[in-house]
Write a protein that binds this ligand. Structure first.
Ligand code: PLP
Length: 825
């Protein structure tokens, strides 16, 4: 393939560069211009593959293969050029093109802004899945929104997080392919009228009036690495359906003339507008409805083009809901089938249930999405009618199956009737809608799937046990090993061959060699080089010099109480106090193992406690890092603006991976997988996918600590009192006291009162209960780290054990258990 793509890339790159330089011939191109030219050249080659892939998929009707439509409000793609060049097999050629310009490929790759169209794990999972869709040759579309500013860029001022718009497209969007012919109207508001001429049991309803916004498709093409297949991320841009209001314009009222344009535009501004306000919540619901309506209109139009009618739509298409954010999809599909295509309710429902499946991502009841019925009445009146109808049929079926249990009906209803303390405001339960409308529901790690069935979804699981499954998450080895860690990739190629890039299970071959002293040395040299690279980044961004010989102890993820960055900080404080008290000897009598603790992550803009934790990290870092008594034995670094690219630099440099969520709270985690795959050892709780990782690599190769999910539940049931733990543990008491008395806040005892009070009186995530075991495990970490060969052997066993955690395996399981024709029963 490269024989024809080589000259094509060269020609396309030269032409694109000439276009970029059009205005100023003779001036050497900037790295940004070179990046855009390289991206455009790749895009041309990918566009050919896209056409070939679509042509092949359109023949699939004969085989009955289903096309998967993955609906997600988030796709955390990161950078694309390095991945595209590697997939096309053209990275060396591009390097040659850059030589006459005096540029290194790595410099050009770094000019690409991250496409940060997601919050964290859920969005990155969707991005890994697109890579695997392409790799596995699955007929598929990813559907998302084309956010102009992603989430937000995180800056730190005076130790505090400040948010600013992440203007990632300001220098252009060279990857996008606009599809002018894929453009659909989406309605909000208005009213529903009866229309006697239409058929159907609840048909005869027509939704009219309100405001209509156009959805315009933009495609982003994701290449496979071992074939010429691609997958597509189709992202919707809202555009006003009419030009300016001419009469307002003529009156000189320019703002009024453009009002509807701004309102349409706002749909695409940012992900998760601050939902602490009513306006923010309404915008979020509109975004969800917009994504769903545009995507389903597109799917229906495509199916109609291919097959001439919609009868087999459910058999030939899977519609997957990545969490409940696109849970309006079944209601929208019912609307299209019944109102616009005159299917009966029963026919439409059969098609819908065949198509729809749903992945749950969180067990926390407060995180389960609900929307006020009132908001539906205003924005989505027809969908509300349809949801009522779905609920009516569902509750009737439940009442038939379990007669006389009105309490059950109340619990499982899609409509929450409210309670005295919610003022009886009725709300739509999006998870209930998703479950009722799906033929498959899955969790994302075994423990999480088990807990779904035992706790939040217990009623539904008793009614429909066959619906509930587990599909454990995975990550793409192309980005998270091959691209992020060329050093380790080269080492693997040399020792076990290159097959792991396509079939990650081949990593297991490394297990037999983990005891090999030569391999261990090579591994440690690779790790050391990666740590130097990260140390250089820290120095460039923040100034402090960190020692690459120290143990790099890393926690990077969204800042959230359940993920317990605070527990990590408590350990840093405990260690700081212990070093000051005994500078020459650690508790085991040996010299301290020097440590660099690195934290990165964003806090949601309205999440006060998470922001306070970021501030505490900075305050503790300032005190610890400047205390001469510490003498290089401990450093704390907070790296701002966490994202995919930063993760790609940080993860390969980790010695220790912090995966310390309260047991039973982290659905799966995927950061945990990336670290272990790159030869970091994990200190972690028995939670999420940590459990399956430990089982895969051998529990003795992970530092497991803390309460298990069933202990957490038991302790909470008995009435948890965090004060008891503080009273009986002097070290813990001293740590909390130091935060309380202003030791890290220049004597200001108020600054962290919310944290101290929480740790003392509530501690909902049981930091106090897990502290002692955590600190003890950290000493075991030190002890092993002193023995370089033993550490390297364990790290290699971690890598060897991670073969199962490829998103290729995950997607193969989705195909088998969730999306296959067989799963329809
Ligand atoms: C993998 C990844 C995550 C998820 O990390 P967890 O530790 O599983 O929460 C979040 N953000 C980015 C940028 C990632 O790459």
């Amino acid at each position: 393939m490269t024989t024809t793509s080589r000259p094509r890339l060269q020609t396309a790159f030269k032409a694109a560069l000439a276009r970029e330089l059009g205005q100023t011939p003779g001036v050497p191109p900037t790295k940004e211009a070179v990046f855009r030219a390289a991206a455009q050249a790749c895009r041309e080659l990918l566009a050919d593959r896209w056409v070939a892939t679509q042509a092949a998929d359109n023949q699939r009707g004969a085989t009955g293969a289903r096309r998967v439509h993955y609906l997600s409000m988030e796709f955390l793609m990161g950078r694309a050029l390095g991945n595209a060049l590697a997939a096309l097999g053209l990275d060396k050629l591009m390097q040659e093109q850059l030589e006459p310009l005096g540029l290194e490929l790595s410099d050009v790759l770094e000019r690409e802004p991250d496409a940060a169209l997601g919050n964290g794990g859920l969005g990155r999972l969707a991005a890994c899945f697109l890579d695997s869709f392409a790799e596995l040759g699955l007929p598929s579309f990813g559907y998302g929104l084309r956010y102009q500013y992603g989430m937000f860029a995180q800056g730190i001022e005076g130790g505090r997080q400040v948010e600013s718009p992440d203007d990632w497209m300001k220098l252009g969007a060279p990857w996008e392919v606009i599809r002018r012919e894929r453009r659909y109207p989406v309605r909000f508001g208005g009213r529903v009228v009866s229309e006697s001429s239409t058929m159907g049991s609840v048909g005869g309803r027509r939704w009219i009036g309100g405001e209509v916004v156009m959805a315009q498709a933009y495609d982003f093409i994701v290449p496979a690495h071992h074939s010429e297949r691609v997958s597509t991320l189709r992202q919707w841009q809202a555009e006003a359906s009419s030009p300016i209001d001419f009469s307002a314009f003529c009156r000189g009222e320019y703002l009024e003339a453009a009002r509807h344009r701004v309102l349409a535009d706002a749909l695409n501004w940012v992900l998760y507008p601050d939902d602490s306000t009513e306006a923010g919540r309404e915008l979020r619901l509109k975004q969800e409805a917009f994504l769903v309506s545009a995507s389903l209109q597109d799917l229906v139009a495509r199916h109609q083009r291919e097959f001439g009618n919609l009868d087999d739509l459910g058999r030939l298409n899977a519609i997957h809901l990545n969490d409940t954010h696109p849970a309006l999809a079944p209601a929208e599909l019912m609307r299209i089938l019944v109102d616009e295509h005159a299917y009966t309710w029963e026919q439409a429902w059969t098609i819908t249930r065949q198509a729809v499946s749903y992945t749950n991502h969180t067990l926390m009841p407060e995180a389960l999405e609900t929307w006020p019925v009132r908001m539906f009445e205003q924005l989505l009146p027809r969908h509300l009618e349809i949801i009522y109808e779905i609920n009516h049929h569902f509750l009737e079926a439940v009442a038939r199956a379990v007669p006389g249990d009105t309490e059950l009906l109340r619990r499982v209803s899609i409509i929450d009737e409210g309670s005295p303390h919610t003022g009886y405001e009725r709300r739509v339960r999006m998870a209930a809608l998703s479950i009722v409308a799906s033929h498959r529901v899955n969790g994302v790690a075994q423990l999480h799937s088990d807990l779904c069935v035992q706790t939040i979804f217990a009623d539904y699981a008793r009614l429909y046990p066959e619906r509930f499954h587990n599909v454990t998450n995975g990550v793409t080895p192309r980005r998270w090993l091959q691209q992020a860690n060329p050093g380790l990739s080269g080492l693997l190629d040399g020792h076990i061959g290159k097959g792991w890039r396509k079939n990650l299970a081949e990593l297991a071959k490394l297990g037999k060699k983990a005891g090999d002293a030569g391999l261990q040395k090579e591994f440690l040299a690779v790790k050391r080089a990666n740590k130097e690279r990260l140390a250089a980044l820290i120095r460039k961004q923040l100034g402090p010099v960190v020692n690459p010989d120290s143990l790099f102890d890393i926690q990077i993820k969204r800042i959230h109480e359940y993920k317990r960055q605070l527990l990590n900080i408590l350990h840093v404080i405990a260690r700081y106090q212990a070093i000051v008290a005994s500078p020459d000897r650690a508790p085991d009598g040996k010299a301290w193992v020097p440590r660099t603790v690195i934290i990165a992550g964003k806090a949601a803009s309205a999440y006060h406690m998470a922001k306070l934790i970021i501030q505490l990290a900075h305050d503790v870092a300032r005190v610890v890092n400047s205390d001469p008594r510490v003498g290089g034995k401990l450093k704390l670094v907070f790296l701002p603006n966490y994202g995919v690219s930063l993760a790609e630099t940080i993860i390969p440099a980790a010695d220790l991976s912090e995966q310390i969520s309260t047991a039973g709270t982290e659905a799966s985690g995927t950061g945990n997988m990336k670290f272990a795959m790159n030869g970091a050892l994990t200190i972690g709780t028995w939670d999420g996918a940590n459990i399956e990782m430990a089982q895969a690599m051998g529990e003795e190769n992970m530092f497991v600590f803390g309460l298990r999910a069933e202990d957490v539940q038991r302790i909470k049931d008995l009435g948890y009192d965090p004060r008891l733990y503080q009273e009986e543990n002097h070290q813990l008491k001293a740590v909390v006291h130091a935060i309380a008395d202003g030791s890290f806040s220049g004597g200001d005892a108020e600054r962290y009162r919310a944290i101290v009070d929480n740790l003392t009186y509530r501690d909902g995530y049981l930091l106090m209960a897990d502290f002692a075991d955590y600190v003890a495990k950290q000493l075991e970490v030190d002890a092993l780290y002193r023995k370089k060969a033993a550490w390297a052997e364990r790290a290699l066993r971690n890598v060897a054990g991670m073969g199962w955690f490829s998103s290729d395996r995950t997607i193969a399981e989705y195909v088998e258990r969730v999306w296959s024709a067989e799963s329809l029963g």
